[in-house]
Design a protein around this ligand. Sequence first.
Ligand SMILES: C[S@@+](CC[C@H](N)C(=O)[O-])C[C@H]1O[C@@H](n2cnc3c(N)ncnc32)[C@H](O)[C@@H]1O
Length: 294
Amino acid sequence: MMKMLSNLSGKTKLRLKSLISAVGLMPIARVIYRRQYGMSHYADKIAFIKRWAWLDTEDSNFYYRLTEMNRDQLAQTVATVTGVTPTQVLGYFAELEGDDRLREHIKSGISSARYGRDIRVEFGRRLGWYAFIRVLKPRVVIETGVDHGVGACVITSALMMNASEGKEGRYYGTELRPDAGKLLSGDYARFGQVLYGDSIETLQKFDQPIDIFINDSDHSADYEYREYQVILDKLAPESLILGDNSHATDKLSRFSAEQQRSFLFFAEKPLDHWYPGAGIGISFRRGVASQVAC
Ligand SMILES: C[S@@+](CC[C@H](N)C(=O)[O-])C[C@H]1O[C@@H](n2cnc3c(N)ncnc32)[C@H](O)[C@@H]1O
C-alpha cells in the first residue's frame, strides 16, 4: 500500500489525501485493494491479447488446448453420457493428441491453403467430439460449419480408427464458403465430404439417419434452432446432438426439453489463450450407452 502510494504523482497524492480525509482511510484502502485484485485476474489476458493481435492466426474459431483439469472434466462428462469409464475416454483423448500423422496433415494443410502463417492447431473441446465418435461408433456424423476443416479432420480420423475396428461410418460437413474445408483431403477425405451451400438447405435434402449431429455453422440463436428442427425427423433413435453454441444460447436445451431428450453442458477452459472458452451442449436420450458398439 505504501509502495503504491509513493508511486503516485504529487497532484494525485493531494487529491487522494483530501479524499481520505473526507471518507476515511479504510474505505479508500479497500477500494484500491479491490481494484488491484480484480485487475490482476485479467492482466495476463490483456498482455496476451497485445501480442496475439500482431500474429497471422485465426480471427475466430480459435485453436488451443484445454487446462488439465478441464480435460479431465470433459472425460468425466463423456463417460457419464455414454456409460464407459473415464479411463477409456482419456485413452481416446490421448489417441487423438498423440496422432502425429494427423498433426502433420493439419500443419501442412494450413500452410498450403495459406490459412495463417502463425496458426498452431490444438483441439480444445473437439477432444470430446472425437471421444464420442470413438465410443459410439456412428454410421453417419454431420458437422454444420467446417471452416478450415480441423473438426472435419478430427471426426474423420475417429471414423478411420472405427473402420480399422470393423465399424464403418461417414462424415458430412455443411459449409457456405467455397474456400473452406481444404484440410479435408488425402486419406481423411476417404471418410467424408463437405456439402457446400447453406446448411439448412443441405440438411433439408439430407436423406440418411443421423447418428451424431454437431451444430457449428451460423451461430445466431434462430439459425441454430432451425437446424435442430430440420434434422428432427432424420435423427436415428439413439442419436446424439452436440451443440457448439450452447455457451451462448439456450436453443439446444430448449429443443431437448421439447423432444424429451436429456441435456448437459460442458464448459470449456482454454489453456494459454485470452478466449474465455465455448463448450459442448450435449443432447441425448437416456440410455445412449446401450448403443455403445461391442
Ligand atoms: C465456427 S466455424 C466452424 C468450425 C469447425 N466446426 C471446426 O471445428 O473448426 C463456422 C463455419 O460455419 C460457416 N457458416 C456460417 N453460416 C453458414 C450457413 N448458413 N451454412 C453453412 N455454413 C455456414 C462459416 O463459413 C464458418 O466456416
